[in-house]
Design a protein. Sequence first.
Length: 261
Amino acid sequence: MSLSTLSWIVLATLLGGLLSAALASVFLLLPAARRSALLPHLISLATGAMLAAALLELLPEAITAAGLARLQRIGWAVLLGIGLFFVLEKLVLWRHCHDPAEASHVQREQARDQAAGWIVLFGDGVHNAFDGVLIAAAFLTSPKLGLVTALAITAHEIPQELGDLAVLLHAGMSPLRAMIFNAASSLTSILGGLAGYFALHGALQYLPYALAIAAASLVYVAVADLIPSLQRRVDPLGSLLQVLLIGVGVAIIAVAEHLLG
């Protein structure tokens, strides 16, 4: 294992993380009124993308890595993840609404949106960190495989980063703060790359269960936070558009997963 291999891993994860976050952040260049109009549509896209990423990518990877003999352990990891994020969201709600009986409906909804933003950052950070582990494994196999893997994962992450950015804006973050936190979450791939290089076997031993918890975080946010916000719109045309955009979000992740092989 040469130093040049480590340099390639750090460079690939750094540039990949910056590129995916930067392309998603182009959204912030739009005028504020335009961003406000587009944000509900991005939430629909994010809902589909998160569910697809969790159910079509993270969980299958976790099950494959763990093996069918440990399938029940993956189920327990998902249950643990859902319970963990339920408790975390409750803590955020209590922090913002000291007296739930007196808290207004708007206060509770704002607190839920803020909790969803932090949960998404955690889930995506774990996801990107293990993407870094996979990139490191590919580079340790061959530089060519490492480059191809890094490019494929970067391309795959762009729609997910856009969805995360939409959730952070929906959670009430300013555009600049959302961009910074989204980039920081994306750059956890560097930590994963370093962990994969120095302690690859130890990292991969726990990879399936961490992936299952990351999947649980995405499913929880999509089902508990984003879908209820979409249900506030009940007009037929708007509802149809939501369904179509959720389908587009699923299709984007499914196509990317197919291209990754």
